[in-house]
Unconditional design. Structure first.
Lengths: 154, 174
């Protein structure tokens, strides 16, 4: 009986581990509570709110392998949706001469680093999964001036 | 004759002696104006980066102004917040978690308003599925306190507690 109980507990533990993984783990944790997300994936890197005031937690790769993703909660504090972001499709939507800082923030989240360029302009930098860096430079009016990929595996 | 010489010397010395302080004053004023990152208040986003480093969070307020929060250090008792105009000029700078901001947090408030008032919590934990956000603050005459904001399951503030951190430093967190 003890042996069977141990096997059942192990199986339950493995199921819990699998279902707490991020999108890269292949299991969407819909329906899980905020508390479960907090203790399985750690503190979010940013807490935001959607237009209806519901919490959206952003994880940007430090806590969970597999890239950045947003966890949207419903009004009862349960996971409603998990959405990867900072994807190639998101990066492609950042357009020089068109996109503004709020657009970039909505698409890519907080930059890992803000750099001051010589003339006082700013760039936002994001690490990409292939160890390159996405550099978004702003011009007057916080409109994106240039988008480029820099660096590589060293 | 000697008095005429004295008068001539006085005229010669007068203008050049007055020029030196004026030049020094001009240099001092130029120095104050030209070095905003060396002690004076920052004027724009680039100055803020030079002076304070990377913000811990960026968001846009209801009027569309870009807001940078500096509250990533869980051991600090206050945070900094800068708001910028669309052209990147500094519009407002303030200390977050000051006594008036802390006093404004009350039951019934939404998590969003708490987040906008105090910044992101460096500590978050759950008791019976109810979120507790925690900061360190100065309270009651700059005494070190823990501020704990408890939310109900719908994300509305249910209770606000301030707990004095004792001399041993951890305020009941051991």
């Amino acid at each position: 009986v003890l042996h069977r109980a141990a096997v059942l507990m192990l199986a339950a533990g493995l199921t819990a581990c699998a279902s707490f993984a991020g999108p890269s783990g292949g299991v969407a944790p819909s329906g899980r509570t905020m508390s479960e997300m907090r203790y399985s994936n750690g503190l979010p890197d940013a807490i935001r709110f959607d237009a209806d005031g519901r919490q959206v937690w952003e994880y940007t790769g430090r806590a969970v392998r597999g890239g950045a993703y947003r966890v949207s909660f419903d009004t009862a504090g349960r996971v409603a949706e998990v959405t990867p972001f900072r994807t190639p499709a998101d990066v492609a939507q950042v357009k020089a001469g068109e996109s503004r800082a709020p657009d970039v923030l909505a698409l890519l989240g907080d930059p890992e680093r803000i750099r001051v360029i010589g003339d006082g302009a700013l760039s936002w930098e994001y690490p990409l999964p292939d160890r390159t860096r996405l550099v978004i430079r702003y011009g007057p009016g916080r409109i994106v001036d240039a988008v480029r990929i820099e660096g590589g595996a060293s | 004759v000697s008095s005429r010489r004295g008068a001539r010397r006085a005229r010669r010395v007068g203008p050049s002696g007055g020029r030196a302080p004026a030049i020094l004053l001009a240099i001092a004023l130029w120095g104050l104006g030209a070095a905003p990152a060396c002690g004076a208040d920052p004027a724009d986003a680039a100055d803020v980066i030079r002076k304070h480093g990377q913000p811990s969070g960026i968001w846009f307020d209801a009027s569309g102004r870009e807001v940078w929060d500096y509250d990533g250090n869980p051991f600090r008792f206050s945070g900094l917040r800068f708001r910028f105009d669309p052209d990147g000029r500094l519009n407002q700078s303030e200390e977050t978690r000051n006594e008036s901001a802390v006093a404004s947090v009350a039951t019934g408030m939404s998590a969003r308003v708490v987040r906008e008032t105090l910044g992101e919590p460096p500590t978050m934990y759950f008791i019976r599925d109810e979120a507790h956000w925690e900061w360190r603050i100065w309270w009651a005459g700059r005494a070190a306190h823990r501020l704990v904001v408890q939310f109900d399951k719908n994300g509305v503030v249910k209770a606000v507690g301030k707990y004095r951190i004792d001399g041993k430093g951890l305020g009941g967190m051991r």
